[in-house]
Design a protein around this ligand. Structure first.
Ligand code: 9MR
Length: 411
């Protein structure tokens, strides 16, 4: 009996020594789900099933999605939320003034036919992704109906928001979830309004053909942001959609304390504004275009500060750059990357209570379709969890574990 006890104690110590150092659950809403010793078969590691309290999404490319093959298979299998990488930007949806193009249903069809839980709309008002006709209005002579340029741009913005929301919120649409609600559950209403100093993007500054300033700010002024959210809420309410979630989406929360503070102040002010008694903003998109050296402490502080707003938090565009070291990627950078994928998923679970989580969306699916991968046809980065042949990288398993395993106290 005594010997059995000693053997059991010994095995227990060995077992403890093999697990991660601390299996402490800091977030009461987060059940402990496992540890690395409980090996799941590879085929059972499905991202969307890893944690019932974290939706997992991907940004998808409508040119790749219709093709059969690994890209499409991975999207259908691992994700329960889809964001259009480019297909719902203004340039795609309103290529000519007043002519809206809603003919592409690739994302909606995949979501509907394969039972995905939702589509996240990206994005209604941005300084980038704009059709040329709108840029021309910054200097063109105004039609008599518009006393000021602000009035013209306000009218462009409100029509765009109203028409796009109404399209995806159309009660007659076939694109509904199992409960009969629209599959389009949320929108990035305003995207990237602030610069890295925490100031409003404004002055025209063209870098590689893209204006880093904001045409919306220059023409309407800073009120464009609350106007955009107000128009979006009004449009959804007019369609009878009381459940849609409206987000302010941006990046840099982890590396710019000034920007983090400006975002905090801005969303807190937006929260005070209501339509039909409802705040015009529901959530914050934290993009998380980070890299292997991004600071966990900064990420943690950013999550705590954003979560303290009480708004929903969407990790909306996650990718982890290898910092462009060039091929071949060393095992050192790939190891840092996989650990960072696990860390960010755990930090999200630890510092954002389940009720405030809108989920984690990766930006793009694999390295092959990632916006960061190629420069002049040469691979310079690999920021996602699948390689250029859509084979799972170590980062895939660490992301899975980050969603699934108990969270160490050290994070
Ligand atoms: O990945 C997108 C790329 O294909 C587009 O050319 C670019 C401009 O529309 O936008 C990229 O996606 C951005 C997203 O819409 C907003 N946050 C930053 C993303 C990466 O640049």
């Amino acid at each position: 009996m005594r010997n059995q006890f000693i053997v059991a104690l010994f095995l227990g110590v060995v077992y403890m020594g093999c697990t991660k150092p601390s299996i402490k659950n800091e977030n009461p809403s987060e059940p402990l789900t496992g540890n690395r010793l409980v090996a799941l078969a590879d085929t059972e590691k499905i991202l969307q099933n890893a944690n019932p309290n974290v939706m997992v999404g991907a940004a998808v490319n409508i040119n790749l999605l219709p093709q059969t093959g690994a890209y499409r298979d991975l999207v259908i299998k691992h994700y329960n939320s889809l964001t259009a990488e480019n297909a719902m930007k203004m340039t795609a949806l309103q290529p000519q003034e007043g002519t809206f193009n809603f003919s592409d249903h690739t994302i909606e069809d995949v979501a509907l036919n394969y039972g995905l839980k939702r589509i996240h709309g990206h994005t209604l008002v941005w300084h980038n992704g704009l059709p040329n006709w709108i840029k021309n209005w910054e200097t063109a002579a105004l039609p008599p109906a518009f006393p000021t340029r602000a009035a013209k741009f306000d009218s462009i913005m409100s029509r765009h928001i109203r028409t796009v929301i109404a399209n995806y919120d159309n009660p007659a649409s076939i694109y509904k979830d199992a409960a009969g609600k629209p599959l389009m559950k949320s929108w990035d209403v305003v995207n990237e309004a602030l610069d890295d100093n925490g100031d409003y993007r404004s002055t025209q500054n063209i870098v590689n053909g893209v204006d880093k300033g904001s045409i919306w700010y220059r023409t309407i002024g800073k009120l464009y942001i609350e106007k955009a959210f107000t128009y979006a809420r009004m449009a959804a309410e007019a369609q009878g959609d009381t459940g849609i979630k409206l987000f302010y989406n941006d990046y840099g929360h982890d590396y710019s304390a000034k920007k983090l503070d400006s975002i905090y102040k801005m969303v807190m002010a937006l929260k005070q504004i209501t339509v039909n008694g409802k705040p015009i903003i529901d959530g914050i998109g934290m993009q998380f275009h980070i890299n292997i050296n991004s600071s966990n402490t900064n990420i943690k502080n950013a999550l705590i500060k954003m979560a303290s707003t009480g708004l929903l938090i969407h990790m909306s565009e996650l990718d982890i750059s290898l910092n462009k070291p060039g091929l071949p990627f060393s095992s050192t950078v790939l190891n840092l990357q996989k650990q960072k994928f696990e860390d960010v998923a755990m930090l999200y679970r630890k510092y954002v209570v389940a009720a405030q989580r809108w989920g984690i969306t990766t930006w793009d699916v694999g390295d092959n379709d990632s916006w960061l991968t190629y420069s002049n046809g040469v691979q310079v980065d690999g920021a996602t969890v699948y390689d250029i042949n859509y084979v799972k990288k170590p980062a895939f398993y660490f992301l899975y574990d980050g969603l699934y395993l108990a969270i160490p106290a050290s994070l």
